[in-house]
Design a protein around this ligand. Structure first.
Ligand code: S3P
Length: 171
């Protein structure tokens, strides 16, 4: 495939809960590339979970760490990279992503995402708030930016397996 022959990092972008980490890991295995998860890298650098970083240092600090981690990962050899849902919204990170990666927007139905994120309490942006309302607001703000990605994979209400196969077809 022309995209895979570019031998560049494949960066998955899109809303929280869409399956960037799960599908990204499986995509990496299928392509024989290393996998990295931006949020996990930020957590190991900080020695704290994303929730703890938001709670003790605030979102601005998290975003600063996210820029540093993305820079390090994007300057390295080709990988499959699962980004945090807000990564594309930072001007500096977005420029690095465009420069150094093939960006893939994973899109799914908001109700499917809401159901998935409800099973875990790891997203500070959702805590104590109406999930569908937050996801709707985020989608309004972010979809125009995610749409700048090189490839869009809309999996509707599909499973992670469906998403993976759809992505392999697009790539
Ligand atoms: C965020 C998404 C999260 C994490 C943080 C902020 C966002 O990543 O980076 O909670 O702004 O959408 P996931 O997309 O992996 O959940």
């Amino acid at each position: 495939s022309p995209i895979l022959k570019l031998n560049r990092t494949i960066a998955l972008v899109g809303l929280m809960g869409v399956g960037k980490s799960t599908v990204g890991r499986r995509l990496a295995t299928r392509l024989g590339l290393p996998f990295a998860d931006g949020d996990h890298e930020i957590e190991s650098a900080a020695g704290m979970s994303v929730s703890e970083i938001f709670a003790t240092r605030g979102e601005a600090d998290f975003r600063a760490g996210e820029v540093r981690v993305m820079k390090r990962l994007l300057e390295g050899p080709p990988i499959v990279l699962a980004t945090g849902g807000g990564a594309m919204m930072n001007d500096e990170t977005r420029a690095m992503l465009k420069q150094n990666a093939v960006t893939v927007w994973m899109r799914a139905d908001l109700h499917v995402i809401a159901e998935r994120v409800a099973r875990r309490d790891t997203r500070p942006l959702l805590r104590g708030r109406d999930t569908i309302k937050v996801l709707t607001e985020l989608s309004e703000k972010r979809y125009p930016v995610y749409a700048e990605a090189d490839v869009t994979v809309d999996v509707g209400g599909g499973s992670h397996g469906v998403a993976l196969e759809a992505m392999l077809t697009e790539l």
